[in-house]
Write a protein that binds this ligand. Structure first.
Ligand SMILES: Nc1ncnc2c1ncn2[C@@H]1O[C@H](COP(=O)(O)OP(=O)(O)OP(=O)(O)O)[C@@H](O)[C@H]1O
Length: 598
């Protein structure tokens, strides 16, 4: 499990990577040591060929030592081959270390996703989150394969080569080093612009993902209303933005190596010119061997910088991805305070549990209240209906009772437990929830009921299916509970999906059930099947049913009428039927009896 934390999105992106490297020290310690050894060996081997070249030209050839030339040539070859072997080891080690760090990064992001508040998901498109998890993390990979660690070894090479240059000719070394500030200024200019372009690319990719997610979620509507052409046209906007930002990045990316090549050519020409004409500070003449070795060293000095330049785009891409990841990890997580757990004593009451809601206020945005001073007292094992017109705030209230959001003011207690602070793994044991529409996950019927919770036994799954009246349907399927449902499997009807959702809610036998418009849009017979299922599971459970019509709730002991985020009337159906007010208005409008006796 990833144990490191991101303080805030303002911290430098690389500090996250360095922290990750530190964190993997104990696991990958040997690999880091091997990598350091490889990098050092590579640097030393890099210096050997030019030194040998100098010796061949200045000593061996000058003095006619042909045998020595052979020996030097052999060492030259051995050094070049050694370089290749160490370069291979370095690539392998950096990839291995990089992949391990990426696993840690993905784990950290997955942990963060679980801790983010519901409000974050309300305001962030899913496509954007998918981009963080996929393409942004992938781009960070390049930081290891072609950036950070090879950058470090390249710096070692530059240092080693500069030392060798100094030994051969301090004057020429000085002239060469003069080019470094120019290189740095040029590189910095390109770095800034490429980074900007890469951030634009990342953003454009996020927009494309968001667009595609929206399109495929609503594909039925799009097809039904024949809106394909409009969507295709709309798709052109994010695609054009993407192309524009890629084009922007490509201009800088193509220019950079050319500029570097030109600087390299100028430095080599200056060295040859100055070196051929003059002698060094101490009066010694610059020999042909020194000059040849120097030209070779200049190439070798600039080649790490050149390599960096060629991989500049990928490094900048990684930095852009990393910056977005750091921003994502800096998103404020939910501070829930002291987390509560359920112990066995909690379930001893024969009657079930009570739900007390005291003066709660709540809104999705700080300046817009959706619920205002709402209070409800629901006694153990009672069936309560919350009725109100569309947009009255019923689902928002249910989300609060389910513990998905924290009220701005007031308190909710389920027999002493605050649902918001309840430990996530205990929530299902206390509350079952049937939302307005069921989400079917890709997988088997069993997995869809248990939600891949291995602690739930097959016996409990079968009991839940039987309770909601799904067992005959499941038994008739060739693979029974192992039948795959979802996009790649068999399709369930709306009513079957709702029954499955109910089985999912009751499989852990929770004492509280929250039902949000569970039968809306169903025909009377399917509604009866669902109502029968509710009655079967209702015994000793506290059930809160939400509906925007009176016929959508059953057997209520108490009804709360909601309007514009407030409770405007409450009482037993019989009491309310005798009063003037919202209930009788609803009743008249629907002209239906309270109890459904089909
Ligand atoms: N995730 C959200 N983010 C921001 N505002 C929201 C969100 N969900 C609901 N709202 C707003 O809160 C208000 C109440 O919505 P809510 O879904 O609670 O009403 P409801 O009574 O359940 O309606 P319905 O009967 O249509 O389901 C609405 O004005 C809605 O725009």
């Amino acid at each position: 499990m990833a144990t490191w934390q991101v303080r805030n999105e303002k911290q430098h992106p690389l500090s996250v990577v360095l922290k990750a490297m530190k964190n993997t020290r104990s696991r990958l310690g040997l690999f880091y040591v091997l990598l350091a050894f490889t990098a050092l060996s590579l640097t030393l081997l890099e210096l050997l060929p030019p030194m040998l070249l100098k010796r061949i030209l200045d000593v061996n050839l000058k003095n006619g030592q042909i045998e020595q030339v052979w020996i030097a040539a052999f060492y030259y070859l051995a050094a070049s081959m050694g370089s290749s072997i160490f370069a291979f080891a370095q690539t392998y080690l950096t990839t291995y270390i990089g992949q391990n760090i990426l696993i840690d990064l993905r784990l950290l992001m997955a942990e963060h996703i679980a801790k983010l508040p519901m409000n974050y998901y309300n305001r962030t498109p899913v496509g954007e989150i998918m981009s963080y998890m996929s393409s942004d993390v992938d781009s960070v990979n390049t930081l290891f394969s072609s950036g950070l660690i090879s950058g470090f070894t390249d710096m070692m090479k530059v240092f080693g080569i500069a030392m060798a240059m100094y030994v051969i000719s301090p004057r020429l070394c000085f002239i060469t080093l003069l080019s470094i500030p120019v290189l740095l200024i040029v590189a910095n200019y390109f770095r800034k612009n490429i980074l900007k372009a890469q951030m634009e690319i990342r953003k454009a990719v996020g927009k494309i993902n968001t667009y595609l997610q929206e399109l495929f979620n609503g594909i039925r509507i799009v097809k039904f209303y024949a809106k394909e052409d409009e969507y295709e046209k709309k798709f052109q906007t994010p695609l054009r933005e993407h192309l524009k930002s890629i084009d922007h990045a490509a201009v800088f990316d193509s220019y950079f190596p050319c500029v570097m090549q030109t600087i390299k050519a100028i430095v080599i020409a200056a060295i040859v010119l100055l070196g051929a004409k003059t002698s060094d500070y101490d009066g010694t003449t610059v020999t042909i061997g020194s000059l040849a070795a120097f030209a070779d060293l200049v190439s070798r000095l600039l080649s790490p910088v050149e390599a960096l330049s060629q991989e500049f785009q990928t490094i900048q891409q990684a930095m852009a991805g990393l910056r977005r990841i750091v921003g994502f990890l800096g998103e404020e997580v939910e501070e829930k305070g002291k987390i509560q757990r359920l112990d066995n004593k909690f379930f001893v009451s024969e009657q079930g549990v009570s739900v007390t809601i005291r003066d709660i206020s709540f809104g999705y945005a700080p300046d817009k209240l959706i619920l205002k001073d709402v209070s409800l007292d629901i006694h153990e094992g009672k069936k309560v209906a919350i009725v109100g017109r569309t947009g009255a705030g019923k689902t928002s209230l249910m989300n609060l009772i389910a513990g998905l959001y924290k009220p701005h003011a007031g308190a909710i207690s389920i027999s002493g437990i605050d649902p918001y602070r309840l430990h996530a793994t205990d929530r299902r044991k206390l509350i079952g929830i049937v939302p307005q529409s069921t989400h079917i996950f890709e997988g088997t019927l069993r997995e869809n009921i248990t939600l891949r919770d291995d602690r739930i036994t097959q016996e409990e799954v079968e009991k839940a299916a039987k309770l909601v009246g799904l067992q005959d349907f499941i038994a008739a399927l060739p693979d029974g509970y192992d039948t795959v449902i979802g996009v790649q499997g068999i399709k369930l009807s709306f009513g079957q999906s709702q029954l499955l959702s109910l089985a999912r809610a009751v499989v852990c036998d929770p004492p509280v059930l929250l039902l949000d418009e569970p039968t809306s849009g169903m025909d009377a017979l399917t509604e009866k099947v669902i109502f029968d299922a509710f009655r079967a599971i209702g015994n000793k459970r506290t059930i809160i049913t939400i509906s925007h019509r009176l016929s959508g709730v059953i057997d209520a002991d108490e009804v709360y009428i909601m309007a514009a985020g407030k409770i405007v009337q409450s009482g037993s159906p019989d009491k309310l039927a005798g009063e003037k007010g919202w209930y009788s208005v609803f009743k008249q409008l629907e002209d239906l009896g309270w109890r459904l006796d089909v």
